[in-house]
Ligand binder design. Sequence first.
Ligand code: NAD
Ligand code: TYD
Length: 336
Amino acid sequence: MRLLITGGAGFIGSAFVRLALQENWVGRLVNLDKLTYAGNLENLSSVENDPRYRFVQGDICDTAQVIALIEEEKPDAIVHFAAESHVDRSILGPAAFVETNVKGTFSMLEAARATRLARFLHVSTDEVYGSIDEPHDADEEYPLKASSPYSASKAGSDLLALSYYTTFKMAVTVTRASNNYGPFQFPEKLIPLMISNALEGKPLPIYGDGMQVRDWLFVDDHCRAIWAALTKGAAGQIYNVGGSRALPNRAVVEMILEAVGQPSSLMTTVADRPGHDRRYAITTEKLEKATGWKALVPFEQGLAETIQWYRDNTAWIARVRSGDYQAYYTKNYQSR
Ligand code: NAD
Ligand code: TYD
């Protein structure tokens, strides 16, 4: 398999690159990434000399560059990870989300159509279903009710991707995963932010009552699901990917504090996120039945591995938190 992926310098994309090469899923892997604040080639230092791997810096919105790359590399499939991915940033500035997630996905689909590329997997999120009241869990037929500019832009890109199957008969598959966690995650999302603050004894900002529920999926389980959906899933289908481990935020943060040996008093209630989804919950039977995939990493094990990784990689944390991160942190948290 020759694969072109986008966004491979980010958190999930880089985990996919490392796993795909380690497991010999691919004979060729080309990674197209713009290297925004979230893209970090340090995440890929372990594979940079692998002859099967090539990094290309570029913007998914540049359709001509994508077409030229496809013509040069002749991939069998595209796995499209690249996105603006953080809800709080989409509240502070939605424009980049429409640009990258909607127009960027459109550009990737057009490039694939122009080159008659055989297979396209669009990586999406369970956030497109919006907040889900108990006792329901969203299956793939659940209505879309996105709450944030991030999730709305992902819902828009999902529909565009699926329209290329219906209209142009392109072999498009969409995966919708729950909240990922693991090594190399940028410390703007809940788990890496809380671990990195806790390791330094800094306050842990809890939005509102902290009883919002998220389903946690270890990043390698997500990558295996994407590979399963690409190779065993059907075109025109959507597959949810979840960890089947729903927890309120406070419980997750308590577990982190206990593991790090810090007191619960570090938890600091701050103003809630506007439009905050109360609960995400999905069913994953469709992917399991179609491909035999199952989440393998229990949350306690994945969290312990993740905390250990952040303990061992304080220089990585320091580097990604220098520069723009401080400005973002001040903007997002100071006025709360
Ligand atoms: P991330 O923010 O860590 O990485 C995004 C990557 O995309 C970065 O390397 C960035 O440089 C690149 N990128 C951004 N704009 C680009 C552009 N215009 N052209 C080329 N590259 C560009 O994101 P992530 O958490 O790894 O998420 C990857 C995908 O998975 C996204 O599509 C996201 O919506 C989806 N997803 C994420 C989660 C999660 O919990 N993080 C859950 C479900 C789905
Ligand atoms: P996040 O990691 O941003 O993922 P998403 O909102 O896309 O699910 O947040 C996960 C949960 O943690 C969400 O309910 C918001 C909450 N949260 C906080 O309470 N404090 C924080 O500083 C962050 C980043 C998130």
